[in-house]
Design a protein around this ligand. Structure first.
Ligand SMILES: Nc1ncnc2c1ncn2[C@@H]1O[C@H](COP(=O)(O)OP(=O)(O)OP(=O)(O)O)[C@@H](O)[C@H]1O
Length: 633
């Protein structure tokens, strides 16, 4: 190719462009491009021309050079560079003095360059702009044979860069020095390093999003809560772990500390800033929220140390661990203390305990919906949840209209309804995210308004829209959930490991939740809702975006949870799923409960979906959409 007619070299065909692009990535890029391109500010001329003939030849030079020079790869680059670069500096006519020693190798490059210049002059290839810069650049040095004066005024012998000894000693420098002849700052900067471009790029590269991530690799220690975590998540965890212990000494103080922890953890920066972000993170209707912290991580709990201190997932042990420490003696007193402040009541409860709740022994343990349907009164003694005339309006819209519901303890309760029916609003009120305009919410006998903190201890929440502190890694988030719920760190670690395995999140725990898919986010938040083994799980669309395998796992977990006395209330648009797994169901339309009871009672002779369609008014009006079938484009 070195003997190709010069007229073929300077073209703007795509191969040339492609070669230019390729060459730009190579270590000998500077040798190929710099003299012409950088010094003259060429518009990719020399490379394009040169490479039109060069791609194969350049490679051949690189391959051959080291063999002839008896040096390694880096030297090879330098030799190849010489072969290619030197021609622009000395007089163009061949043979070039510097390439004479390696004529075979240098010939192609030298002729290529020569061809460029002459071709640009001799042919009407339509690429004068491509050839000219290199020609102009080389002429100065080549015709005079004088040292090259750089743009910054420094004088550099033109031949310096071609000294074989220099190249052998510092091949990379040799290549870079050639770049320096351009006189550009960039070239000089590169000249100063012994490391080729890739390292320069790596060093100078601006911070990336990945660099901002708290943890991004699996090599993060499992107990890395104190490890290097950007965004200030570390101090959050440090403080969180200690908060419940502080709360032990003083409920008031503990609550205050807890608030601070929530805030600081929320943004991982500072309490003040975090508070704002925590509010930002609050679910829809934040203006109505009693507490800006999402309910799934919200906790007014004081520490409830593990009775045994031993991590466990054994259901029986979990029941023991989560058994409400409250004593029945205080229950009536609580009911009578409506006039006292909410905080004062909660403190009293925290200090002494209350709550006659339906324990696992009192609750049917069958996961067979049919079996449970045959026991509609199961857990009737103390319902897991009761709503009395709950009403919520948004402006003129009555989203929830005097709803009454009773969810027996140990039931798997489905809330279904069309879009905008009021399901999420209802669940948000149950979770304490929204304050109802009117009505009462009672959770396991605890008035959710009068004894908000006590009530919140009893529930785990998967909120709508998955808003959470997603700058934390999954591990940090679950640790945060657990710490806020007052669990000992060892127990948190143990449960987190169990939940991660169950939800197939082991490999994801070290990654920021913001990088999770929707289904993964749902699963980690569901894990967070469960980590303190609450008595009632309030789940808004728990299966949405979750893959079938994970859905099956979640269902198994929830069923077992219900078997052991837990209660689940969930919203879903999956009629078949609700029909299959739920023992009771309520159909909400326009903020009102139009049907409620066991699944058998609600669906009657047909399917639940048929009943749902009847109650919700069927399909929308699809007439008038004929234009959709005209396919205008
Ligand atoms: N914060 C809010 N501000 C104003 N309107 C709201 C707010 N939250 C809910 N709404 C309105 O209340 C009604 C009930 O909404 P909600 O989210 O409870 O419905 P949903 O049954 O959960 O619907 P979907 O099945 O689509 O999730 C809707 O008309 C909705 O626009």
């Amino acid at each position: 190719m070195g003997d190709q007619p010069t007229g073929e070299a300077p073209t703007t065909d795509s191969p040339a462009s492609g070669a230019t692009a390729d060459a730009s990535d190579s270590s000998f890029d500077g040798g190929l491009r710099a003299p012409g391109a950088e010094s003259a500010g060429a518009v990719e001329p020399a490379p394009g021309e040169d490479l039109t003939a060069a791609p194969g030849e350049v490679v051949a030079s690189v391959d051959d050079a080291p063999r002839s020079a008896g040096v390694g790869g880096n030297a090879a680059s330098a030799v190849a560079f010489d072969d290619i670069v030197i021609p622009p500096r000395p007089p163009l006519p061949l043979p070039h003095p510097a390439t004479g020693a390696t004529h075979d190798d240098g010939e192609s490059a030298g002729r290529s360059v020569d061809a460029e210049s002459s071709d640009a002059d001799d042919t009407d290839s339509g690429t004068p702009g491509l050839a000219t810069p290199l020609g102009a650049e080389t002429e100065d040095a080549a015709e005079t044979g004088d040292p090259v004066e750089r743009d910054d005024g420094a004088v550099e012998p033109a031949h310096e860069v071609v000294e074989p000894s220099d190249r052998a000693a510092e091949p990379a420098d040799g290549a870079l020095k050639t770049v320096s002849t351009s006189g550009s700052d960039d070239a000089r900067a590169r000249e100063s390093t012994h490391d080729p471009a890739p390292a320069d790029v790596a060093v100078e590269e601006p911070p990336t999003a990945a660099a901002d991530r708290p943890l991004d690799s699996a090599d993060t220690p499992s107990d890395d809560l104190d490890g290097a975590v950007p965004d200030g998540a570390v101090p959050a965890v440090e403080v969180v772990v200690e908060t419940p212990l502080d709360a032990d000494a003083s409920v008031e103080g503990g609550a205050a500390a807890s608030d601070e922890v929530e805030t600081r953890s929320g943004d991982g920066v500072s309490p003040a800033d975090g508070h704002e972000e925590a509010e930002e993170a609050a679910p829809r209707g934040a203006a109505d929220v009693e507490d800006p912290t999402p309910p799934d991580v919200r906790s007014d709990d004081v520490a409830e140390p593990d009775a045994t201190g031993a991590p466990t997932t054994d259901p029986a042990t979990l029941d023991a661990l989560t058994a409400d420490p409250l004593t029945a003696d205080d229950a009536p007193a609580d009911a009578d203390s409506a006039s006292a402040s909410e905080a004062a009541e909660d403190d009293a409860h925290d200090a002494t305990a209350v709550m006659p709740v339906a324990g696992a022994d009192e609750t049917p343990t069958s996961t067979d919906p049919d079996a449970e349907r045959s026991q509609p009164d199961a857990g009737a003694a103390t319902p897991a949840l009761t709503l009395r005339h709950i009403t919520k309006t948004f402006g003129e819209l009555r989203a929830v209209d005097a709803i009454d519901l009773t969810v027996p303890a140990g039931s798997f309760y489905g809330l279904v309804g069309p879009n905008g029916a009021g399901k999420t609003t209802t669940l948000s009120i149950i979770a304490g995210l929204l304050r109802a305009d009117a009505g009462e919410v009672t959770i396991n006998g605890v008035d959710a308004r009068k004894q908000a903190r006590q009530a919140k201890k009893l529930i785990g929440v998967l909120p709508d829209r998955l808003r959470t502190f997603d700058r934390l890694t999954g591990r940090q988030l679950l640790s945060y959930y657990g710490a806020l719920r007052g669990l000992p760190s060892g127990l948190v670690e143990s449960r987190m490991a169990d939940l991660a395995r169950a939800f197939d999140l082991v490999d994801a725990l070290a990654r920021p939740v913001s990088d999770y898919s929707a289904g993964m986010t749902k699963k980690v938040m569901l894990a967070g809702a469960m980590i303190h083994s609450p008595r009632l799980l309030v789940l808004d669309e728990p299966f949405e975006a979750v893959d079938p395998v994970s859905s099956g796992v979640i269902l198994d977990i929830l069923r077992t949870y219900v078997d052991h006395g837990g209660t689940v209330i969930l919203s879903s648009h999956g009629m078949e799923l609700v029909e299959r797994v739920c023992s009771r169901v309520a159909v909400i339309v326009s903020g009102q409960v139009l049907a409620e009871g066991t699944v058998d009672e609600v669906r009657g002779e047909g399917t639940l979906e048929q009943r749902f369609r009847e109650l919700s008014g069927g399909l929308g009006d699809v007439e008038g959409l004929e234009w959709l079938h005209t396919f205008s484009a």
